[in-house]
Design a protein around this ligand. Sequence first.
Ligand code: ZN
Length: 633
Amino acid sequence: MTPFRKLATATAAALALAAPAPAQTPADEAVDARFQTPDLPAPNAYRAATGRPGPGYWQQRVDYDIRATLDPTTHTITGSETITYANRSPDTLAYLWLQLDQNLFAAGSQGAQTFPQEGRFGGSGVGGGYTISRVAGPDGAGLEHRIVDTQMRVDLARPLPPGEATTLSIDWSFRVPETGADRMGREGDHYVIAQWYPRLAVYDDVDGWNTLPYLGQGEFYLEYGDFDVELTVPATYLVGATGSLENPGEVLTATQRERLERARAGEVVQVVAREELSDKTAIRPRTEGTLTWRFRAENVRDVAWAASPQVVWDATSASGETLVHALYRPDAAAWREAAEMTRHSIDFYSEMLMDYPYPTATAVEGPVFGMEYPMIVFVAPESSRAGLFDVLDHEWGHMWYPMIVGTDERRHAWMDEGIDTFVNQFSKAAYFPESEPFLLTVAQYAQAIRAFPEQPLGTRPDLFASQTALGIGAYIKPAVMLNALRELAGAEAFDPALAAFTRTWAYRHPKPADFLRFMEDELGLQLGTFWWSWIHTTATSDVAILGQDQSRAGETWKVVVTVDQRGELVMPARVVATTATGARDTVTIPAEAFYGTDRATATLYLPERAERITVNEGPAWGDVNPRNNIWTR
Ligand SMILES: [Zn+2]
């Protein structure tokens, strides 16, 4: 929030002249504080200086077997799970930490004291939170455990050495809150269920056990593994979940199974049409008692699901092999296009980043504004087509960040929200060719930072003072930053680099330093100052044309352009001069030319007089004051 200020450059420069500076003096950076660089952790055997996993990179693996029953008369979910935990770290572990996210909704939780409970991340005071009735080891004997708000430490009977695995069995139940921090909840008998079973916390080489509490605003960070999930619900309900449905013969009618086969061929098919909803006997194998739905998901960091007796079900396929489902209540009219939109997003990001690796993609309409889990998203009814696309496409973009590329959302929201917001611009432009996505992003940013106090985008999500500050810092500004880097590097270099980062870190846990190093390495750009300014400060870029001078020298015109850096964020300045007949010359003044000064000049050569001169023209540069970027004769 503190504005970023240059130090007194004249004084420092005079001192530097008076006495020769010792080698590698930190005072060198102090001369112009705009040129600081982030303090990255030293590379090591786990994380290489190139931003790639090192030769010793390791990651834990956690597999789950979960059985749960939903009782809609009490809005309670009761479950048992067996967790297989493989210790691939070099350390012997005496205890494991688990996340108990439902405890956010217990009265008096830490989150309830951090965020207003009537606000978006509220939900406590409904008698929520877990009842943990059993925690046992592989021999069935109970294990010592201690609950600390939304975390649980389980002491193992014997320490777990590197290379070995153990199992935990946990029995639990909780009451589904109506409003579950806008990530899960229910509306009547329409349930969207997430962050719902005790989940192993990440143990990694950077932070050890990741025990940041779930306070509401920060999302989550989890290990990868395989899941077998059995969900028992009233027989009249339909269920959508992460993973592939393993027992369609038991829970779907023959007609529905036949319709799903048609959807697999690419058609958009109504598996359950709105006019069929009134006669449950026609759309359910039976209507009395319960049915158990079995799902299997491989190589995911989480599972979520939805259950409801009142949803329309559309299906189609995307990206070749993926079965797309859209489940929505009949009055959500915009959702008739949800399956088509989902297909677009899955295909688009498969092309841009990496093939979608999962067998299903399920969009569920409900009381959650917009939230993503592997293979499933929850989105509000949304009245407009563009509004629904924006949220749906954003949540589908999250399949890549952070579901495939397993970043730490609870610490570094910009890595998932920011990269996602960045790629959403391209997806939207492809779906609505008339839209101007870059203009929208930078206009939102320029408008927001004038109206609201800004925090650096590197801020931990729970420490953003408002949802607006979170929206600017974690979503919009990182997208603006990546737009600017793409302009600087050129799309032909940037786009493959981002795709390569995605593939390199798929199913792994990259940290911000890995991303910064990887992009520098791929692009061949020294980006220290760029990263520092965009990530760790609230400085803005405002590059202006201060003046121009044109003179004829024989057959050519020499055009000298003076550029002024008016913002505290120093960007390289790309100067383009164009003649009346369309001849042009381009010169990029590097950021270093502005070291200790706001002004630098570029010299361009043209066959005739320049009619138009621009610097960092266009919204992709992220310049907050574009009016002073253009000169015309
Ligand atoms: Zn998001």
